[in-house]
Design a binder for this molecule. Structure first.
Ligand SMILES: *Cc1c(COP(=O)(O)O)cnc(C)c1O
Length: 399
């Protein structure tokens, strides 16, 4: 390397020092989740330590469901481990076609497209759709996920960030524009950090009144809400959103993301979105596992009832132990532990003394001073495990 390139690269150690000074440096704890012992994982490299994980996005425990595992294993034996190409180059399997058909029907939309992740689904669909509509103004909730924000920013379009779920402000912003100016409202239904739920009907009413398209991220709601698990829109009997996005990486317990919506718009995305076209498609076996998850999610409400029972039990136990939490109307239970140092220290005590793992959530995911744990209780958790967890949390908070 030359003097010049060394000088250039010298910036990075300095930037990392800054991150450490601000308490924003991230360290990843390696975990190997154990399917035979659900909710547990071994950590470290020698495989000796065992912990319970209480912050997983695998909301229904389906990533370790025997039937989902079996579907992926059988399909792997039949089709192999990789898809062999992009969607365009021999990478569209029967499972892609089947899944897209079923997802479209589930959300009551004309078409669905599967992407390699929820992030890519949001980024690619938003950036492609917005770019195709000159003069469009985008109205984006202040707490929207990074993937939505980046998809909007990518286009350089005119935009309004409205305060989180503040429909008066949203309406004020919408009303500034000509009725015929193209508009798009972008929001989520269940917000991950606070666990709060969006009044989707009211937003759709505004969209109708002001002639706006809508794009709704149901990431945390697919699988967990609605009579067949299709999300908050299904629960609210609301089919007006133009585009509905969901992921496989959370309640489905697999990997991938999708958008359902109007036929021609998604057909256009299919042909234009670089992150849809120029990347290898998901393996057949992974999608077969997702199809099995979808069947389990759609098959009655037993999983959702068990999830709700556990959430109720957890909240009662937290209350009894005098531990404050955000009592949101969803399966997400945020426990506030303000202070970047403090939340990290409590997490360390839980880990080292109680074999419990929860990720400390810091700025920029939440505002400074609103640090927290985001607790999840999949259906397989027992009452005894929940009580033991709360006791460990109480002790760690007091330590
Ligand atoms: C996790 C998440 C995504 C991204 O999904 P991945 O499949 O993990 O890429 C998108 N939107 C929201 C709101 C999320 O929480």
């Amino acid at each position: 390397m030359t003097e010049h390139t060394n000088t250039l690269l010298g910036i990075f150690p300095k930037k990392i020092e800054e991150l450490k000074k601000d308490g924003l440096y991230r360290s990843f704890v390696p975990f190997s989740h154990l399917a035979a012992e659900r909710g547990h994982a071994v950590h470290g490299t020698d495989g000796a330590g065992r912990v319970q994980v209480w912050c997983s996005n695998d909301y229904l425990g389906l990533s370790q469901h025997p039937e989902v595992i079996r579907a992926q294993l059988d399909s792997t034996v039949e089709h192999g481990t990789g898809s062999g190409g992009s969607r365009n180059i021999a990478g569209t399997s029967a499972a892609h076609v089947e899944l897209e058909t079923r997802l479209a029907a589930w959300h009551g939309k004309e078409r669905a497209l599967v992407f390699s992740s929820g992030y890519i689904a949001n980024f690619e669909t938003l950036s492609t759709v917005i770019s195709a509509l000159p003069g469009i103004v985008v109205f984006s909730d202040a707490k929207n996920h990074r993937s939505l924000i980046e998809g909007i920013l990518r286009t350089g379009c005119a935009k309004h960030i409205f305060p989180h779920n503040d429909l008066d402000e949203l309406e004020r912003a919408l009303a500034q524009y000509d009725h015929d100016r193209p508009k798009l409202i972008v929001f989520e239904t269940v917000y991950s950090m606070d666990g709060d739920v969006t009044p989707v009907r009211a937003i759709c009413d505004l969209a109708e009144k002001y002639n706006a398209l809508t794009f709704v991220d149901e990431t945390h709601a697919v699988g967990t809400r609605g009579p067949t698990g299709a999300g908050v829109c299904e629960e609210a009997g609301e089919n007006r959103p133009t585009f509905v996005q969901g992921v496989f990486s959370k309640a489905f317990g697999t990997v991938g993301g999708y958008v359902a919506g109007p036929d021609a718009a998604l057909d256009y995305v299919r042909s234009h979105a670089p992150g849809f076209i120029f990347t290898t498609s998901l393996p057949h076996s992974s999608l077969d596992a997702t199809l099995r998850s979808l069947e389990l999610i759609q098959d009655g409400d037993a999983l959702r009832r068990a999830l709700a029972d556990n959430v109720r039990h957890l909240k009662q136990a937290l209350r009894a132990a005098g531990i404050g939490f955000l009592d949101a109307d969803s399966h997400l239970v945020p426990v506030l532990v303000p202070g970047a140092e403090r939340v990290r220290r409590v997490a360390r005590v839980l880990f080292e003394e109680h074999d419990v793992y929860v990720t400390p959530i810091n700025f920029p995911s939440v505002p400074r001073g609103a640090e927290r744990f985001r607790i999840t209780v999949p259906p397989f958790r027992t009452s005894g495990q929940i009580d033991d967890f709360v006791a460990a949390l109480r002790k760690s908070l007091d330590s």
